[in-house]
Ligand binder design. Structure first.
Ligand SMILES: Cc1cc2nc3c(=O)[nH]c(=O)nc-3n(C[C@H](O)[C@H](O)[C@H](O)COP(=O)(O)OP(=O)(O)OC[C@H]3O[C@@H](n4cnc5c(N)ncnc54)[C@H](O)[C@@H]3O)c2cc1C
Length: 424
């Protein structure tokens, strides 16, 4: 088996992997390798030809490929090595990465540190239960996006979309622009699960109906999909008898959630968060394995790529500190707790003795939508560290905030985050 040695290996050449590599380089890491299984860098952004990327990070509106190209150019102009069409198969406990590609066959790469940046994948029909036959014409929204935007195929003439995740909303608009009859988006929950701006710009602006609290209870057709039966659901998400109706369509797109691509992290023994389904990390995005870092959609599913880039820069800088022996020798763990309407928070714990950054960046998602709430951060002495108003919170939009490092002292043992209705 061919053997290579690097200071830092990054798995995944999407926006997370690219930004992490550049940040590690900026912080003095000499030999960096990005392994990417696709024939090109840029990850999922290559098929996202709509605009809406980079508003926060570059303060301008870019398409996905434009956003990615800025990082790809910087990587190409650096001495960061890239292996394309290279699939990482296994990570071994003794800091070895096993990858495979057509040119080298199996390769063993020794490394000092590793950044997981493998992104996420879409839930498919197998992950949800839709009774009925198995005709062609049923696919994930991301598959349809790649057919239309990368390969130039239209998946069908009459489309129904199940799930109001961002990819489904974006595909509703994209297919409408291509002349397809998009009959509607069916959402099980009583609210849209994508970004508000995507609901407005992709559905409302094109008069595409969004049926909330509805689901598909049967698919029809043998060779090719012919239609679906839709029904309203009650508050327990069970179909309500008598509300069924038939909608003819030849294509059903599923936009029913994304799952971090974590088989490698799991097999390596990373401690996983049951909600995010990504590794548990501290504020430096270090997993429970000291030489393994994680960022981007492999850690938790992000709505905006700008947040992915910022998180990847944290992981890249931390990996550089680890490689250059600049990490604190001692650590003091501060546990992050939260109330019931918060689904998850990343990082899940922080190190009270780490003083390398001025700000600790938090990402969270709420379980249910709410208006006029206050986000309150308190320490174990019940001291309020942050208290600010949010006019709207909803599950589709990630909430981000920074906690100044100086608010965490060596006596802090836990930090509690709540989101509750503002008192009148
Ligand atoms: C349809 C869609 C629309 C979006 N629209 C917007 C928008 O309008 N605005 C916005 O800001 N954000 C948007 N986003 C979100 C943003 O694009 C993603 O959050 C971001 O691309 C995630 O970056 P990543 O690097 O974590 O993952 P990815 O981009 O998925 O990259 C992961 C990479 O890892 C590689 N990989 C995985 N496993 C392996 C392995 N074992 N070996 C080697 N390589 C591997 C994959 O091939 C992939 O290239 C959208 C996302 C989607 C899917």
């Amino acid at each position: 088996m061919k053997k290579l040695a690097y200071d830092l290996v990054i798995i995944g050449g999407g926006p997370a992997g690219l930004a992490a590599a550049l940040e590690a380089k900026k912080n003095g890491v000499q030999k960096i390798l990005i392994c990417e299984r696709a024939p090109y860098l840029g990850g999922i952004l290559n098929q996202c030809i709509h605009n809406g990327f980079g508003l926060q990070y570059f303060k301008e509106e870019l398409t996905g490929p434009e956003y990615a190209s800025r990082f790809i150019e910087d990587v190409e102009n650096s001495d960061i090595d890239v292996k394309l069409e290279t699939m990482v198969m296994e990570i071994l406990e003794d800091k070895k990465v096993i990858a495979v590609n057509r040119k080298d066959g199996m390769v063993q790469i020794d490394t000092k540190a590793l950044i997981l940046a493998m992104g996420c994948r879409e839930r498919t029909r197998g992950a949800i239960t839709i009774p009925g036959s198995r005709p062609s014409g049923i696919m994930t929204a991301g598959t349809a996006q790649s057919y239309v935007n990368l390969e130039g195929y239209i998946p069908g003439k009459e489309v129904v979309i199940l799930g109001s995740g961002d990819i489904g909303l974006i595909m509703a608009r994209r297919l409408t622009l291509e002349g397809v009859n998009v009959k509607g988006v069916i959402e099980l929950m009583p609210y849209s699960t994508g970004l508000i701006r995507n609901k407005v710009q992709c559905l409302d602006d094109f008069d595409i109906p969004l049926l909330l609290s509805h689901s598909i209870i049967e698919v029809h057709g043998k060779e090719r999909l012919q239609g679906v039966t839709i029904a309203e659901v009650d508050k327990n998400l069970k179909p309500i008898e008598g509300t069924e109706h038939y909608v003819s369509c030849d294509t059903l797109l599923l936009s029913v959630g994304l799952i971090p691509e974590n088989e490698l992290s799991n097999n390596l023994g990373c401690e996983m968060d049951k909600v995010t389904r990504g590794p548990v990390v501290n504020e430096k995005r270090i997993t429970n394995i000291p030489w393994v870092f994680a960022c981007g959609n492999v850690l938790h599913v992000h709505d905006l790529v700008d947040n992915v880039t910022q998180e990847a820069e944290i992981a890249g800088k931390a990996a550089a500190d680890f490689i250059n022996n600049k990490m604190n020798k001692e650590e003091k763990d501060v546990i992050i707790t939260h109330d019931n309407n918060i689904g998850y928070i990343v990082p899940q714990h922080i190190d009270a003795l780490n003083n390398t950054e001025q700000m600790i960046k938090f990402f969270l998602r709420v379980k249910n939508p709410d208006e006029n709430v206050r986000l309150i951060v308190k320490d174990n002495f019940d001291k309020t560290l942050l208290n600010f108003k949010k006019s709207i919170v909803e599950p589709g939009t990630m909430v981000t905030f920074n906690l100044p490092r100086e608010f965490v002292t060596k006596d802090t043992s836990s930090i509690d985050i709540t989101i509750s209705k503002e008192q009148a």
